[in-house]
Ligand binder design. Structure first.
Ligand SMILES: Cc1cc2nc3c(=O)[nH]c(=O)nc-3n(C[C@H](O)[C@H](O)[C@H](O)COP(=O)(O)O)c2cc1C
Length: 192
């Protein structure tokens, strides 16, 4: 995988800098054991009361469920997702299993799962690209979910294609400086 040119202001684990979201993928498939390792990493994400409200529904390319998942994507995402190895829908239960109370942190917890999965995949030489460019209502119907469940994000998982990425002129994104993100005790007066 491409080594990143990202620079952190303070020292951090390189895997965090190396994770990025290319759209250029080779179309190579992914084996089940590898995919399960990704889900295994997501399984170990923290959640409120250890409620574990996040679920993962996947479709590998050239399998029975692929087309239904692919059709959920907006046209732009369909354009580059034809060469991904798998699409993964992350869903979360809006109510806790503990007393069936609303759990406002359900999507936050789904996000923690997503990041675990992304880092695991990165460490194994794969790439994962998150997408909210999809028809959420149709996804909800497709999975026959009750109103207790939310569709949070679709992930494209695949093998990075360096040559195609260069052709597409893909650039690894940067981040805002820490000074715009972190505040001790109070927010600045010009905060918006
Ligand atoms: C929740 C979420 C939704 C996203 N939706 C899309 C999308 O629909 N299409 C797309 O091409 N990229 C999408 N992205 C990718 C972001 O644009 C990308 O993560 C961001 O620019 C930061 O770049 P990096 O992931 O390479 O660090 C999404 C990312 C996240 C986390």
């Amino acid at each position: 995988m491409l080594k990143t040119n990202r620079i952190s202001t303070y020292p951090i684990n390189q895997i965090i800098l190396n994770r990025w979201s290319p759209r250029a993928m080779t179309g190579e498939s992914i084996d089940d054991a590898m995919l399960m390792s990704f889900f295994e990493s997501a399984r170990w994400a923290p959640s409120s009361m250890n409620n574990q409200l996040t679920r993962f529904v996947y479709a590998k390319k050239d399998t029975a469920h692929w087309q239904k998942f692919f059709d959920l994507l907006v046209e732009f995402n369909q354009g580059w997702c034809k060469d991904v190895a798998a699409l993964v829908m992350i869903i979360s239960r809006k109510k806790s299993y503990h007393k069936d109370m609303p759990q406002p942190s359900h999507s936050l917890e789904a996000g923690a799962c997503m990041q675990n999965l992304m880092l695991e995949a990165t460490s194994r030489g794969y790439v994962v690209h998150g997408m909210t460019g999809l028809d959420f209502a149709t996804a909800h119907k497709l999975l026959e979910l009750s109103e207790d469940w939310s569709v949070d994000v679709m992930l494209a998982v695949g093998v990075f294609d360096k040559a195609k990425s260069e052709e597409m002129k893909e650039e690894i994104s940067d981040r805002k400086p820490l000074s715009e993100l972190v505040f001790e005790g109070v927010l600045p007066e010009d905060f918006e």
